[in-house]
Design a protein around this ligand. Structure first.
Ligand SMILES: Cc1ncc(COP(=O)(O)O)c(C=O)c1O
Length: 395
């Protein structure tokens, strides 16, 4: 019987060291390897091409996504770039209209000038992707749930579209992690991760990965990984592996805290709207139940009181840090319009429905009692202050 997820996260690719019995894969901090004769290496020759610590990470990540192959990169955007490297000028991509701002920036400011054209489809409607496909389309790119509006794309419906038209379907699975969603099982051709987030889980390393069972795609990406060279160092690979071992327990807790805080925020008068696939009010809650095994720990919400409300709210947070990124043990809050999604510009954000009163909360593993209390007093302050000012002005 195949091992369960938790077991594979701890053991796959991570056998005890053959020489010493060390139960953890060593950090092979070396750039090169002794060769016993010309053309007689012991499996490794140069660390850009291959490194045992990185290989352990690649094997473990592939196992968790149910892929035959894994490739680790120096960052999530380096992993995205690797996938796009299979395209040539003139090729066309259809992308969901709500993605990490840096993915959009890469498509528009790096690859468009180079000759790749991208059309954006409504992430929640597979038909909208289908109508954006043209003769030059090679690839469909989605994130689900999306960053920052937590929209979902029906992976298996879209994979039917992709297969029918002979296109590759690539899913950025960063928000769910393979613990809550496995796109390859739903028909995707490859999964991309920013391992910076839940997979490493402790906000202490930048990394990325591509996981696939498509042999031809893997061969091309493996060639690219070595030829273009954006690989993680062994220490970063080790940190990510270390994080991975606790992925399952962390994800369960992130979700437990996330569900509770999403419910709390939804009830609070200072909150206009909450985006979280685990809430029954989420327009795609049914799809979330079908396609995911859990809803994750990212909750976005809109505050009353416009931009002033945002500043007042943030001024009252002390353990929830205002910072880029997500998926770490510590709760982080981000203001997408001027942080992760600044590169979209005002018009780009308006088009995608990213409002000026939007916050994205990555719910950490602190006690949910403390988190709720901290949010409650900050929301009370954000919501009440304008009324107090009005009263002062009237009196
Ligand atoms: C969904 C998603 N994909 C990709 C990335 C890019 O990853 P990295 O920052 O590791 O390059 C991010 C980063 O925020 C992200 O949130």
């Amino acid at each position: 019987m195949a091992m369960q997820f938790e077991t594979r996260a701890i053991h796959d690719g991570q056998e005890p060291d053959a020489q010493t019995g060390a139960v953890n894969v060593p950090v092979y901090q070396t750039s090169t390897y002794l060769q016993d004769g010309i053309g007689k290496d012991r499996g490794f020759e140069y660390s850009r091409t291959g490194n045992p610590t990185r290989q352990a990470l690649e094997t473990a990540l592939a196992s968790l996504e149910g892929a035959r192959h894994g490739l680790a990169f120096a960052s999530g955007v380096a992993a995205t770039t690797a996938v796009l490297s299979i395209l040539k000028p003139g090729d066309h991509v259809v992308c969901g209209n709500d993605t990490y701002g840096g993915t959009f920036r890469l498509f528009e400011q790096v690859f468009r000038p180079w000759g790749m054209e991208t059309s954006y489809a409504e992430a929640s409607e597979p038909e909208s992707f289908e109508s954006a496909i043209n003769d030059r389309t090679r690839l469909i790119w989605i994130e689900t749930p999306t960053n920052p509006l937590l929209k979902l794309t029906d992976i298996s419906a879209l994979s039917t579209v992709a297969k029918k038209r002979g296109l590759l379907l690539i899913v950025d699975n960063t928000f769910s992690s393979p613990y809550f969603q496995r796109p390859l099982e739903l028909g995707a051709d490859a999964v991309v991760h920013s391992t910076t987030k839940y997979l490493s889980g402790h906000s202490d390393v930048i990394g990325g990965a591509v996981l696939t069972s498509n042999e031809e795609l893997h061969d091309r990406l493996k060639f690219y990984q070595n030829a273009a060279g954006a690989v993680p160092g062994p220490w970063d690979a080790w940190l990510t592996l270390r994080g991975l071992k606790t992925l399952a327990v962390r994800m369960r807790e992130h979700e437990r805290n996330g569900l509770r805080l999403a419910g709390f925020l939804a009830e609070h008068p200072a909150v206009e709207r909450v985006y979280y696939p685990g809430l029954e009010s989420h327009p795609q809650h049914d799809l979330a139940r079908r396609q995911m095994h859990g809803y994750g720990g990212v909750v976005s919400f809109e505050l009353v009181g416009g931009r002033g409300g945002i500043d007042r709210f943030l001024s009252r947070l002390h353990t929830i840090f205002l910072a880029e990124s997500l998926g770490g043990v510590e709760s982080l809050i981000c203001y997408p319009p001027q942080m992760t999604h600044a590169s979209l510009g005002e018009a780009g954000r308006a088009e995608r429905g990213i409002k000026d009163n939007l916050l994205r909360l990555s719910v950490g593993l602190e006690s949910v009692i403390d988190l709720e209390a901290e949010l409650a007093q900050a929301l009370d302050f954000a919501g009440s202050r304008p009324m107090q000012l009005e009263l002062v002005q009237q009196s």
